[in-house]
Design a protein around this ligand. Structure first.
Ligand code: FPP
Length: 289
């Protein structure tokens, strides 16, 4: 059985294929893999070091995986529970996925936690989600820090976000800012179109002449300009949509859709998606190599 762990993982610059030299990704990747990267065996629950990891090439693990955590409501409904119970259960899935990402050597994980359109959900659910995200960061901050995870947020910081939520976001980011094993980015009050609009607005406000509004200039004004483009996007729950997620960044991402509802998603499903990713031929508009 082949183990997929941090130990035999090549560093960013040395990787071939998916994250190699010709990968037109976003910003520069920073130093990764720290002394405090936890080994799979030390944690509770399953690990991907074993049968599930069979067939994964550790040299071609995607650097950046992004997830649309969909299906919480349907998971709850199927059990006669409230939609919000599905979100609560989704936290377990999120942390199992974080562990799996660390074990496989994925260095960027971005999750869609609340979209600019999710304000249209019932007011009680919106209130629950705001509070849930606030307390999640408070409850899990230390654990994420110990795992060497850097927490970040992308999205609009507008008047709709309660002050307590903003404060817990700032605390989480501040507490974990030096970590480099994995950057866990929450897309929160995030919309892909809004992000592009905000970038263009910033350029216009800075007096940028039309001829200087280039792809590079827009990228520099995205919410996280140093974040590499996702190599792999996973959407759970059998929906085949992007729903306004990372529209600019996923121009050349590989898309994997799974029927698994988010609360049931576990690190072995992440491994499965990575296996699927490794079977794809990425061409970036060129020809097969
Ligand atoms: C996009 O589908 C999905 C999201 C924006 C994910 C929302 C996720 C949560 C509310 C739960 C967060 C859970 C944790 C554990 C932090 P959509 O439903 O916004 O779009 P659609 O209408 O096109 O399906």
């Amino acid at each position: 059985m082949r183990a997929v762990s941090g130990a035999n993982r090549p560093s960013g610059g040395e990787r071939e294929g998916v994250s190699g030299a010709n990968r037109p990704s976003g910003g520069e990747r920073e130093g990764e893999g720290g002394a405090n990267r936890p080994s799979g065996g030390e944690r509770e629950g399953t690990t991907v070091e074993g049968a599930e990891a069979e067939g994964i090439d550790p040299g071609r693990v995607p650097a950046h995986v992004a997830c649309v955590m969909d299906g919480n409501g349907r998971w709850a409904k199927a059990r006669g529970l409230a939609r919000t119970d599905g979100h609560t259960e989704g936290e377990r899935a999120l942390f199992d996925t974080v562990h799996g990402a660390l074990e496989m050597g994925i260095t960027w994980l971005t999750v869609y936690a609340f979209s600019t359109e999710n304000w249209n959900r019932p007011v009680e659910e919106v209130r629950f989600l705001m509070n849930f995200n606030r307390t999640l960061m408070r409850r899990r901050r230390d654990e994420l820090d110990e795992m060497g995870v850097r927490v970040r947020f992308i999205g609009r910081r507008d008047w709709r976000l309660p002050r307590g939520v903003l404060r817990s976001m700032e605390d989480g980011m501040e507490r974990t800012r030096a970590n480099r094993n994995l950057t866990l980015t929450f897309a929160f009050n995030y919309g892909g179109r809004a992000e592009i609009v905000d970038a263009v607005r910033a350029l216009v406000e800075a007096g940028t002449p039309a001829g200087k509004i280039t792809e590079k200039a827009i990228r520099r004004h995205l919410y996280a300009p140093d974040m590499p483009d996702p190599d792999l996007v996973i959407r759970t729950s059998g929906e085949y949509r992007i729903s306004n997620f990372l529209l600019w960044e996923l121009a050349y991402s590989e898309l994997v859709f799974t029927p698994v509802l988010w609360p049931d998603f576990r690190r072995e499903h992440l491994v499965e998606a990575v296996r699927e990713f490794q079977s794809r031929d990425r061409r970036f508009g060129g020809v097969a190599r």
